[in-house]
Ligand binder design. Structure first.
Ligand code: PMP
Ligand code: GLU
Length: 392
């Protein structure tokens, strides 16, 4: 369209949102669709969090707050970073935004520009490359392989770094693979990145609490204290506390970067919702027993689904240690059905099995699909039986 900018024409809509919306639309029409495309907990927000938010409305906490967040939520975030990640931040290092999506967007707008590059590891969360492009920069994709458990090959990282690199984005546990970087893996990356003083590290820890690896979860800045001053640690309440609709994300990072991000937020959306900030403060300050029971349920589903997927002809999934996604390779199934790719396969599943999944291509990995198990075990079992039927 002639009236639109080149910039907007250079990005695509979010595939995860598009497919989930399509599944919802079909359901509204009365078509029986099981949505395994949604990247959102099926659980409700814990009651103690909702109660605090209702109280906040009644107490008149309905006004603008400081752009970067109330003193109370900042304190809760500082305590969270100390408690969970052994990271020391002060209020000027913290920014609260309307979802971690906005945190990432503010960051990319602050540190990327025309002529600069950002390294993204594939399979990646769908929004990273497009957000980089919206900031005028070039995404440099470094592929990881399923046969290596999606571990990052450090030689590939070295090859991708250049004097144009301004940022690397790391996401662990990963959306879409469910795989988590260990302290040792992060230290390997840190050893290389320490020689690139102009590169910032963004770590997206959104799924930190939805994790069942053997080793304690380790955030990048905790693994590489020498790079603390160049790391922006991103997190939010959407996934762990089943609070996607409340829209609260946050980060801890170097004060000059955080100040720049705050400037962008102050000229665009201002503070995140005052009521949601009160709710998120309660979420971060605990209790956490409901988080623990949700994670237990995700882990059970993961166990079931991983085995079930691997029993399907032409499917091959590696187990994850977190988030609520599995990312099976489906090349065998594509081939035996005589199809071209995962896009065609996903469409076929939706139309013939009434099962919505996101094609791997959207995550930079052809021949895969992302399956979200943030849905009931009954729905998962039914989905598997439907997929089995259409594969036969
Ligand atoms: N990062 C990752 C990896 C995600 O999956 C999501 C989910 N939307 C986000 C960031 C953003 O989450 P939110 O904006 O809901 O905080
Ligand atoms: N992060 C979720 C997903 O990957 C929510 C949708 C989105 O924001 O992309 O499905």
């Amino acid at each position: 369209m002639a009236l639109l900018t080149k910039r907007i024409n250079s990005v695509k809509p979010s595939a995860t949102i598009t497919i989930s919306a399509k599944a919802m639309e079909l359901r509204a029409k009365g078509i029986d669709v099981i949505s395994l495309s949604q990247g959102e907990p099926d659980f409700d927000t814990p009651k103690h969090i909702k109660d605090v938010a209702i109280q906040a409305i009644n107490d008149g906490k309905t006004k603008y707050t400081p752009v970067d967040g109330t003193p109370e939520i900042k304190e809760a975030i500082i305590n969270k970073f100390k408690r969970d990640n052994n990271l020391d931040y002060s209020p000027e290092n913290i920014l609260v935004s309307t979802g971690a999506k906005q945190t990432l967007f503010n960051l990319f707008q602050s540190v990327l520009e025309e002529g600069s590059e950002a390294i993204i590891i594939s399979p990646y969360w769908v929004s990273y490359p497009d957000m980089v492009i919206l900031a005028g920069a070039k995404p440099i994709i470094v592929d990881t392989l399923q046969k290596n458990n999606f571990d990052l090959d450090l030689d590939h990282l070295r090859d991708a770094l250049s004097d144009k690199t301004r940022l690397i984005v790391l996401n662990s546990p990963s959306n879409p693979t469910g795989v988590t970087f260990t302290r040792k893996q992060y230290q390997g990356m840190g050893n290389i990145l320490k020689d690139y003083p102009n590169v910032l590290i963004a770590t997206d820890d959104m799924y930190e609490h939805i994790y069942w690896g053997n080793e304690k979860f380790c955030s990048f800045a905790e693994a590489c204290p020498g790079l603390f001053d160049r790391t922006i640690t991103i997190n939010g309440v959407s996934k762990a506390y089943a609070m996607t609709g409340w829209r609260i994300g946050y980060c801890g990072g170097p004060s000059d970067v955080v100040k720049a991000m705050k400037k962008i937020q102050g000229q665009s959306t201002s503070n995140a919702s005052s009521i949601s900030q009160v709710a998120a403060t309660a979420a971060l300050n605990g209790p956490h027993d409901e988080v623990i029971s949700m994670v237990k349920e995700y882990k059970n589903r993961h166990e079931y689904l991983c085995e079930a997927l691997n029993s399907l002809a032409g499917f091959n999934a590696v187990p994850g240690t977190g988030a609520f996604y599995l990312f099976p390779n489906i090349n065998g199934a594509i081939e035996s059905l005589g199809m071209n790719d995962d896009l065609e396969f996903s469409e076929y599943l939706l139309e013939n099995a009434g099962v919505a999944v996101v094609p791997g291509t959207a995550f930079g990995a052809k021949g895969y699909i992302r399956i979200s198990y943030a849905t009931s075990m009954v729905a998962l079992e039914e989905a598997i039986s439907r997929i089995k039927k259409v594969l036969e």
